[in-house]
Structures are given as C-alpha cells and as structure tokens.
Design a binder for this molecule. Structure first.
Ligand code: HEC
Ligand code: HEC
Length: 465
C-alpha cells in the first residue's frame, strides 16, 4: 500500500466518527430549524482535534465541507424547483387557478382552507410575528385566495414556490421535493407548524392539485387520452398517493380496476439502503435525477436506457425519457448535496409511551426468530444489505406494480419510522390498512402459526422502530 493510500484511509476513519456526530447534530437541526445546521458545522471542530490529531486539518476540511454541503442539500430539498415552473406555471398555468379571477387568473382561486384540505402544509417559521398573531386570533380570512398568494409570497407553503408578477399576482409556480416528502408538526394549527423534512405527506392530494391546472392538454397528449379521462385518473389517486409510473407506461389502473397509484414513501432513514422506491429503481441519487427531470419536469439531464424498452415503458420509450438533455442543466449540479442531505435525515424515534416496551421486546425476538422477518428486514437498516429485491410471489402478493419496474421486483421496505406513515395503509399501494393486517398476511403466507399474543407483540415491535 502506498503512502498516499494510507493517508487517505486514516482520513476516512476520522470521517466515520465525525459522520456520526454530524448526523446527530443534523437531526437536531432538522427539528429546530435554520441556524442549528450552521452551528453544527462549527461544533464538529473540537472532536476532530481529540480523535484525529494527526490528521486534524484533513478531517476538519472534510467535516466542514460535508456540513456546508448538507446545508446546501437542505436548501435544494426544500426550495429548489429545478426550473420546473416552465412546466407547472408557464405550460399548465397552475398559478392562474391558484390566483383565481379576482387576482388575474381563472376560476375561484385556491383559498387557504382549500389548500389545507388538499393536504398542503404551511411553514410557521416563514410567517412574521404579526401574521402569526392575526392567524391565532382568527383575524385571517381563510376563504380568501388572496391570503394564499400572501403565504406564497412569504415562501410559507411547503413545497410550492410562487413567482410574483409584480402586481400582487403570480407569473408562474413551481414545485419542490418537500411538497411530497415533508410535513409540518401541526404545532400551530392542523397543517401549520415546523417543517419535518423527509416525512411523507399522507394528506397531500397530488391528483386534485394537478387537476386544478387550467391547461392539462400536454399531459393528456403524453398519455394519449382526453383531458376528461386524465381528470378521472387523477381523481382515483386520493390523499398520500402518486403514480410515478403512469407517465412511463400509461397504466392508470391495476388489473382489478383500482388505481395504480402508490403511497408517497418517507425520504428518511435511507442511509445504508441500496435500492430505492417501492420497486427498486436505483439508488437515491438515481431516483432524484429521475424525479427532478421526469416527474417534476425540472430542466436537467437524465440517462436510463432501461426506459427504451417499448413493451414495458411505451410512453417513456416514445418520448426518449431515458435520454433527457436540457440546456441549461438546472438539476445535475444539485444532485451531490441533495443526495448527502437525504442520507443524513435519520428516521424519527417514536414518541415515548406510543408503544408497549415489554411487548415490543418480545416482538423483536419473534421478528429475528420464529417469524423470520429479519431474513429480509435485517436490523438496524431493516432491508437486505445488498440486492434488496423480491418477486411478488416471494412475499405472497401479485406482481402488477413490480412488473412496471426494470427488475420486476419489490424492494424490502426499510421499516424505521413506520409509526409516522400508517394513515393510508402499508405496502406499496396501501393494501393493508393496519400493521395487524400486514402481520396476518405474513402469518398466512409463510404458515408461521403465530398466536394472537405473538401478533400483538410483533405489532408493538413494529411501532417501536
Ligand atoms: C409528487 C410527489 C413527489 C415529489 C414532488 C417527489 N417525490 Fe419522491 N417519491 C414519490 C413517490 C410516489 C415515490 C415512490 C415511487 C415508486 O416507488 O414508484 C417516491 C420515492 C422517493 C424516494 C425513494 C424512497 C425509498 O423508500 O426508497 C426518494 C429517496 C425520493 N422519492 C426523493 C425525492 C426527492 C429528492 C424529490 C425532489 C427531487 C422527490 N422525491 C420529489 C413522490 C414524490
Ligand atoms: C421475503 C422477504 C420478506 C420477509 C420474510 C418479510 N418481509 Fe416485510 N416486506 C418485504 C417486501 C419486499 C416489502 C415491500 C412490499 C410492498 O411494498 O408491496 C415488505 C413490506 C413490509 C411492511 C410494510 C412497510 C411499509 O412501509 O408499507 C412491513 C410492516 C413489513 N414488511 C413487516 C414484516 C414483518 C413483520 C415480517 C415478518 C413477519 C416481514 N415483513 C417479513 C419483504 C419481506
């Protein structure tokens, strides 16, 4: 081993220690908001001195650069539209429906009440004190779309950026990752609170929001259907769901006639997990590039020749979705920071008292033993280290959704933070309403012979992750 290699390796060992501390600092930062992340960059310094004195400067450089990049990544996750306002605003005219006729748009406009009902969230930290007071005193008219415009101007609507036209209305509107993968803690009021990055928005009715757009012709044309049919399809999704694959294969319904949409998954607890999405499309950064270009319609570069398979992905193949090049590219330069940020968002711990600790401990033994869960959900990442995919048959379900992906398989879901996202059910399409239903499914599929008490314990264990 050359001197240079040795030098590099000790640098990495130091970073391993720092990484753990940096992540802990970040979790705190994610809870407490803004400046904590910047403070954390400074806080990493003394540890570098204590643990890696000989490589102090190198380690400090790495830690400082990583913390700066994390802060950038959070900004991208929360606020970057990747230029997708050219699609949502300029083309679909979504901003006109938000404004309403009274503010230069069309229709009644989107009142704050309607926005909250569609699952949109408001970031209380973006509201000035007087606005908070007025809200708390019930002095804000939540039926007035003008208030929605004011909230957009304050950058307070999570995941949506309004571009002002200079005369009180909007010139355009764009969307961000945070739209689907953030929630607020409802500390101020339902739907209004501090941001929770990475938590799936279980209330967000993406279909209803897209349906508001006055010009859906381009989307209907892409799918080869009428605008009426498109609106019907969007209405089948419901809260907390989205169908990323329909824009590739045009399959809006499952064989049983129900919506083909999947649940919006959390974007936390993903470090150490190899393949991502319900069906294992690729790494976090593969999917980020995919979503930013193909779903959000940002302007970037995307390469995935698997989408040239016209039998599996007729729409993607016909439209060259595996070979996207935009000039300028507003996505690619942001991928490294975005990647790092997502890997750093840990799964939140369940609140104290939300589960029975003794039962959870017994459940953990079953999970690792007689119930065979840990053969696939390997703790502490709760998916297989390695190629973490299975056929539908292996887990006792149909393979419709799996067959809409390159490998034809389902990804073993990482289970930490399960307690945050049961509202729309479990498994990719929410087919199991409760964790008990999931456990019953495995009991029947794998002939586990679990007693009711075993099932209670397993359930408590799952709630404790
Ligand atoms: C319109 C809602 C929506 C938006 C916006 C969105 N996502 Fe997603 N995201 C989803 C859905 C739905 C899935 C599941 C897709 C599937 O399995 O087919 C998903 C999957 C993911 C996953 C995989 C999670 C896992 O468990 O492996 C990650 C990571 C992710 N998104 C990150 C992002 C990032 C970063 C952005 C912004 C660039 C983004 N998403 C924008 C809805 C959205
Ligand atoms: C053969 C591998 C395998 C085994 C064994 C297995 N799972 Fe799973 N598990 C999966 C896969 C794959 C999925 C994703 C299914 C889907 O999304 O449709 C999953 C999904 C889940 C989910 C849903 C997560 C979510 O976010 O919706 C839970 C909960 C779960 N498993 C718990 C268990 C428990 C408890 C056991 C043991 C009784 C178990 N699993 C055994 C592979 C496995």
């Amino acid at each position: 081993m050359s001197h240079r290699q040795v030098h590099k390796r000790s640098g990495w060992i130091a970073f391993g220690v720092l990484g753990v501390l940096a992540t802990a600092a970040l979790v705190q930062a994610a809870c407490s908001g803004g400046p904590a992340l910047e403070r954390a960059a400074g806080a990493a310094r003394p540890i570098a001195t204590a643990h890696a004195a000989d490589r102090e400067d190198d380690a400090r450089d790495v830690a400082e650069a990583a913390m700066a990049r994390l802060a950038d990544g959070r900004k991208v996750f929360r606020f970057d539209t990747f230029g997708d306002e050219a699609f949502w605003g300029d083309t679909l005219k979504l901003h006109e429906a938000i404004e309403g006729e009274a503010h230069g748009g069309v229709g009644p406009g989107l009142s704050p009440k309607a926005a909250l009902a569609a699952g949109l969230k408001v970031d209380v930290d973006a509201l000035p004190g007087d606005v908070r007071q007025a809200l708390a005193a019930g002095k804000v008219d939540l039926d007035d779309p003008g208030v929605t415009l004011a909230l957009l101007k304050l950058n307070a609507v999570v995941g949506i950026t309004g571009f002002p036209d200079g005369s009180g209305g909007l010139r355009s509107v764009g969307i961000q990752c945070a739209l689907c993968h953030s929630r607020v803690d409802d500390s101020f009021a339902p739907g209004i609170g501090h941001r929770l990055d990475g938590w799936s928005n279980q209330d967000l009715n993406v279909g209803a929001i897209v349906s508001l757009a006055p010009n859906l012709d381009p989307v209907a044309k892409l799918l080869g259907v009428s605008v009426d049919t498109l609106r019907q399809v969007l209405a089948t999704w419901g809260p907390g769901k989205f169908d990323a694959e329909v824009f590739l294969d045009g399959k809006a319904l499952r064989p049983d006639g129900k919506s083909a949409a999947t649940l919006i998954p959390p974007a936390f607890g993903l470090a150490g997990v190899n393949l991502h999405t319900w069906t294992g499309w690729g790494s976090v950064t593969h999917w980020n590039a995919f979503v930013a270009n193909l779903e959000m319609h940002g302007q970037g570069t995307f390469f995935d020749p698997r989408l040239d398979d016209a039998s599996k992905f007729p729409i993607a193949a016909a439209n060259g979705f595996g070979h996207v090049r935009s000039d300028p590219d507003l996505v690619t330069s942001k991928l490294p920071a975005l990647h790092l940020y997502q890997l750093a968002i840990d799964a939140p711990r369940p609140p104290k008292g939300s589960f029975d600790a003794a039962a959870a401990q017994r459940g953990g033994k079953l999970f690792a033993g007689a119930a065979k869960c840990a053969t696939c959900h390997v703790p502490p990442i709760f998916t297989e280290p390695g190629w973490n995919l299975h056929t539908g048959q292996e887990i006792g379900i149909d393979d419709f959704q799996a067959s809409r992906s390159p490998d034809g398989r389902y990804r073993t879901t990482p289970l930490r933070g399960l307690w945050t996202h049961g509202k729309r059910g479990y498994y990719h399409d929410g087919r199991f309403a409760t964790l008990r239903d999931v456990v019953n499914h495995y009991d029947a599929t794998f002939h586990l012979g679990l007693s009711d008490a075993d099932k209670d314990d397993l359930e408590q264990y799952l709630q404790s992750l």
